[in-house]
Ligand binder design. Structure first.
Ligand SMILES: [Zn+2]
Ligand SMILES: [Zn+2]
Length: 288
């Protein structure tokens, strides 16, 4: 499987043409994945045979000259279908005018590894709380975002010093492209972003400054420090966040994994159907 993002101005017609071409490649090669297209660029994660990956990479490289890919192998089929969706943004900050200018400083995993150990640096995680809950870098500030578009507000209300270096990271780097621009906009002078994100760091430093697992937005749920699909987490059938508490479904007795929060709230259910059955039973009993 392979992953990429690129910021590149596209006209509406170009977006439609690329969507059509990508859909054709996906269908021809029986691929699965999710690709987002917008007037600001393209962001995607896809899986398929080596030949399929080769074809889609060749097409994208022809389309967007300077595009780089991150590759993985996975035993887990990461997506059910192959989707190419058109959105307003390829990563939703919902703050108009904040577009990567290409001026922010990208630093390599090696530079990041060195900088994160400096005392004068603020380390900032730009991901959401359901991601930071299962893994972060040592000493990182966790803004506990519910969604990335809360980031501008968070920065405004934070007391992160503006005159000290800020070292930021996200999963693959795309959110930092906008997060760094937003911080520059708010007066931060020295901003560094981890090139290729956490996954790129783990390739070089599986035993480095990272603790826990790295959430990913597909069926692998999370990656361990060796970048293998998580053995620990699966998506909680109730809330959709990563869960690691093994339990038995109250309705059908199947083994399932829930998150600790949902487990506290109600008797465990392995699926929507079983949850429905349980609430129905409770309702019937209370009705008597
Ligand atoms: Zn849950
Ligand atoms: Zn069940």
């Amino acid at each position: 499987m392979t992953q990429w993002y690129i910021f590149h101005d596209l006209t509406d017609q170009e977006v439609l043409d690329i969507q059509k071409n990508l859909r054709e490649i996906g269908a021809q090669h029986d691929m699965n994945g999710l690709i987002l297209l917008a007037s600001e660029g393209c962001n995607g994660t896809v899986a398929g045979t080596a030949e399929a990956i080769e074809t889609i990479r060749a097409y994208l490289t022809e389309q967007f000259a300077a595009i780089s890919f991150q590759d993985w192998t996975s035993d887990v089929r990461p997506f059910k279908r192959f989707k190419v969706d058109i959105r307003k943004e390829i990563v939703a900050l919902k703050h108009e005018g904040i577009l990567p200018s290409g001026n922010s400083k990208h630093i390599s995993p090696k530079q990041f590894h060195e900088m994160i150990q400096r005392e004068d640096v603020t380390v900032l995680d730009t991901r959401n709380a359901y991601e930071t809950n299962i893994g972060t870098f040592e000493n990182a500030i966790d803004p506990k975002l519910n969604s990335f578009h809360e980031f501008p507000n968070y920065v405004e209300q934070s007391n992160i010093p503006k005159d000290k270096p800020v070292l930021m990271y996200c999963t693959s780097g795309i959110r930092c492209e906008k997060a760094s621009e937003e911080m520059a906009h708010q007066g931060y002078k020295e901003i560094y972003q981890l090139d290729g994100g956490i996954t790129n760091y783990l390739k070089e430093y599986p035993e480095g400054k990272w603790n826990g697992e790295c959430f990913v937005f597909d069926h692998r749920v999370a990656l361990d420090s060796a970048l293998l699909p998580s053995k620990r987490y699966s998506l909680c059938p109730k809330c959709g966040n990563p869960g690691d508490v093994k339990t038995a479904c109250t309705a059908c007795n199947a083994q399932c994994k829930l998150c600790a929060d949902c487990l506290k709230q109600a008797p465990p259910a392995c699926s929507k159907r079983c949850r429905h059955e349980l609430t129905q039973n409770a309702f019937d009993k209370s009705g008597k």
